[in-house]
Structures are given as C-alpha cells and as structure tokens.
Write a protein that binds this ligand. Structure first.
Ligand code: SF4
Ligand code: MG
Length: 320
C-alpha cells in the first residue's frame, strides 16, 4: 500500500472540510477522488502532502506514519510524493527558466552533478513531450498546456511513488485537456507511480482511474472500481453526477436521464443531520433526516456506498 488514510478529519475553525475519511491507494494504482467544490477533496490532497496539519486520523505513506511528522522529518519523504497543481502558471516561478524549474526538486534533494541534472532534465522534457529548446524559455512564453507539461516534468523528475494531482486539467482549454490527460495516462503506465487524482469532473477520470471515490461534504459516499461506478452507480449523488456528465456513446446518453439536484451544496460549517445529502436527494425519506448511513458493501464487492437504500438486493435509482 502506498497511501493509507484512516478516519481523516480536518477542520478549519468551524469549517468541517474533511470529516472522517478513509481511503487506500495501492502500488501503481490511480484513485480518482471526485466531488463538487467545497466537498473537501483538495484538503485531502493537502493533508497527504502535509501542506496542512490534520485535525485527527492518520496518514501512512509507503508504510510510514506521516500524520504528525515535523517539516524536517518530512523532508526526505518529499522525494516520494509530489503534487501537480490546478493552475500551472501560478505554481511555476516566473523568474526561472523551464530548465531551472524542472531541475529544482533534484537540487533540493542534493543531486548536484551538473551533467546529471542536465541529462535528467532533458530526458524528462522529452517524456512530457516538450522540445529541448524550451529549456531556456520562461513560463510566460509557454501555452497553458505546455506549462502543465512543465508542472508534470517537475513533479516526476524524482520518480516519486505517489503523485497528487489536484484538478490538473481544469484550468486548461477543453481542446488541450485531452492531450494532457493522455500524457498523464501514458506517463503513469510508463513510470508506474501511484496517483491520487482530484477532480470535480467524473468524466475526466473515466479512462485514467482504476478506482473512484466520490466525496460529499467531507466524506466519501461511494467508492469502487471505475468501470463499476460508471456502469452501476449505487449512491443517488453519484447517479446525479453521472447523469450530468457527457458521454461519447449516444446510446448510453439516451439511456441516462438527467437528475437535477435541488438547492446548493450546504455549508461545511453546518452540515445537514442524518444523511448529509438528504437536503438535495430526490429519494430522501424520513429516516434520512435523522439517521446517518454508513458506507456499506452488502455484496462484499469492494463497491461500498453510504445510503440507507443500498441493500444486498437493491440499488436505488434516483432517476425514477
Ligand atoms: Fe438519499 Fe436517504 Fe440515501 Fe441519503 S440515505 S442518499 S438522503 S436515500
Ligand atoms: Mg479544489
């Protein structure tokens, strides 16, 4: 197991950003963590990178408990986990050349031989599909897609075990999103890193993620193998997200009725009682307002959902 998160809680004052979340990512596995803005998914990524201190729970990286490691003790582990950010422009130092930016993790980890650094930067640029003459350019001279390729090169140059990618394509033009996603898929297969891929858009992870975990107001409401989540989503919230996602196959689009959710995402300062989704769920009934459904996996199939209506012989259908 590369990453094991157990019962993670992160509160910012009264804001319950993450409220009891557990997940695991195996060697070479890609987990898509999906949720609307405000669901707490970015906070999970920040806790994994120890950019913020968890309130409770535990995080293990490659078998080591990193939950309360000091900055100093965390430093050698920063080789193993890297982040790719949403906005490649603001995460790249505008005064540095591309070469310097991509080399930075090597220098930080005391790889100082100039020839080795130059060779590794050149090899990495090639891997992410950037021409060598880009080395002397500055971030503002690059397109959004090229800048995200630089962000990937920087994240991968130390060959980390785990990459946390937080909405890595959502700031890009739709026309370049697919090429960057394909690149991430190729790099992942080639280099074998594990990946926590955070996105608000389920369709982005359909071909990339091995498994998907869906978050709502600080908790996971459903998780399972990607193909199963798409073929038979169990939680009404996942069903609603999927009904809104575009599909390439028109036959499948016709099968799907759009489920329109009422209201906005409630504030994480005051999450609803019982099932947190009850204020927007088309299937909510009395019990949902008072009793909280736990993640349960009645068939033991590795596809749990947190809804009172999911039982061994029944999956709810929010489109009915
Ligand atoms: Fe909807 Fe109730 Fe299931 Fe929550 S427990 S998802 S409110 S049916
Ligand atoms: Mg976010």
């Amino acid at each position: 197991m590369i990453l094991r998160i157990d019962n993670l809680v992160k509160h910012y004052g009264p804001v319950q950003a993450v409220d009891g979340l557990s997940l695991e990512i195996g060697q070479g596995e890609v987990l898509g963590l999906v949720g609307e803005s405000g669901s707490g998914k970015s906070t999970v990524g920040k806790c994994v990178l120890r950019l913020t201190e968890p309130t409770a729970g535990s995080i293990e990286l490659a078998g080591k408990d990193i939950t309360h490691l000091s900055r100093r003790a965390m430093r050698p582990l920063r080789r193993d986990v890297h982040m790719v950010f949403q906005d490649p422009f603001s995460s790249l130092n505008p005064r540095f050349t591309i070469e310097r930016i991509v080399a930075e993790p090597l220098l930080r980890h005391k790889v100082t031989d100039r020839r080795e650094v130059a060779n590794r930067v050149a090899a990495m640029l090639e891997k992410v599909g950037l021409r060598q003459e880009m080395r002397k350019r500055f971030p503002h001279e690059l397109s959004g897609g090229q800048r995200q390729r630089v962000g990937l090169a920087r994240a991968l140059i130390l060959e980390p075990k785990l990459v946390v990618a937080d909405e890595p394509v959502s700031a890009l033009d739709v026309s370049v999103q697919a090429s960057v996603l394909n690149l991430i898929t190729d790099l992942q297969r080639d280099m074998g890193f594990s990946c926590l891929f955070i996105t608000h858009d389920l369709s982005v992870v359909e071909f990339l993620a091995d498994r998907i975990a869906v978050m709502y107001l600080g908790r996971i409401v459903e998780s399972g193998p990607t193909a199963e989540i798409f073929a038979q989503p169990r939680h009404p919230y996942t069903q609603a997200l999927l009904s809104a996602a575009p599909v390439a196959d028109p036959a499948r689009q016709r099968e799907r009725r759009r489920i329109v959710l009422g209201g906005d995402v409630p504030s994480p300062m005051d999450p609803p009682s019982g099932c947190r989704f009850h204020t927007r769920c088309p299937l909510a009934f009395d019990e949902c307002r008072t009793s909280e459904p736990l993640l349960n996996d009645p068939r033991g199939s590795g596809h749990p959902a947190a809804c009172h209506l999911v039982t061994a012989d029944r999956v709810p259908d929010a489109a009915k």
